[in-house]
Design a protein around this ligand. Structure first.
Ligand code: 6PG
Length: 245
């Protein structure tokens, strides 16, 4: 792991992790808008980021984060209806998006009911159009929020999958994970262009994988391939997740 651009922050517990994550999110959003006039962020799913997302919906962050200048994308999505409990966007909508003053034209859920391939191409075109309108031919996110699974996956990039080798496309359809369904996922082509990657990892169940990632003990783990070319990676861990470091 390239120590120069990797920061590790350890919090006492999951609640402090949520608070620290919300503060980092807020700071990056303000810096991005001051620098370029907008903030582009992509959210992962799963359970870990939910306390942070709910915190971002609280009054202080509703006013501190420049939501009207924020463009919201998904890192990955399970191809289930939005009202399904496994929908990443549906969950994010309940926890945060229904409460923020962002323009609905700046909130971009991944399509989830077409053919996986067509939906992946559709989302890639969405990314291309939005970033072109923002003045960039590349999908350079100011912040991408990631988690890790106990198997070392991140986004919906799973160990041993061909999607780990994708060098061109920005969005792929894959099948795997828990639940084992068709998914859309951003690829390393996008993830490693981010200005800032923020991993949120909580709980003792992740401790062994965190240790494996920080010691490069196991080759080829999907999360170990997250190396932003011109960006920074922050690992935000609670003490339980960091207990094997
Ligand atoms: C997904 C997520 C996935 C998640 C990890 C961690 O759609 O499954 O994007 O990559 O970040 O599986 O999930 P937990 O936070 O629930 O442990």
């Amino acid at each position: 792991m390239n120590a120069n651009r990797v920061e590790k922050i350890i919090t006492a517990d999951a609640d402090e992790l949520a608070a620290a994550g919300a503060d980092i999110f807020c700071q990056i959003s303000q810096e991005a808008v001051a620098r370029q006039g907008y903030f582009a962020v992509a959210f992962s799913g799963g359970s870990t980021p939910r306390p942070m997302n709910k915190r971002l919906a609280q009054e202080s962050y509703l006013t501190a984060v420049p939501w009207p200048k924020t463009h919201i994308f998904m890192v990955d999505e399970r191809m289930v209806p939005l009202d399904h409990p496994d929908s990443n966007f549906g969950t994010l909508q309940k926890d945060l998006l229904d409460k923020i003053p962002a323009l609905h034209t700046q909130i971009h859920p991944m399509p989830e009911m077409g053919s996986p391939e067509e939906d992946a191409e559709r989302y890639q075109r969405k990314l291309e159009n939005v970033f072109k309108n923002l003045g960039s031919n590349d999908p350079v996110f100011d912040l991408i929020l990631l988690g890790i699974g106990q198997d070392g996956h991140t986004a919906s990039l799973f160990p041993g999958h061909a999607s780990l080798e994708e060098k061109n496309r920005w969005v792929l359809s894959v099948k795997g994970g828990q639940p084992n369904v068709f998914r859309l996922t951003l690829t390393y082509t996008v993830l490693n262009r981010a200005r800032h990657i923020l991993f949120l990892v909580s709980g003792s169940a992740k401790a062994d994988m965190v240790q494996a990632l920080f010691t490069n003990r196991r080759a080829g783990l999907p999360a170990s391939k997250i190396k932003p070319v011109n960006g920074k990676t922050t690992w935000l861990l609670d003490q339980e997740a960091a207990s094997c470091l």
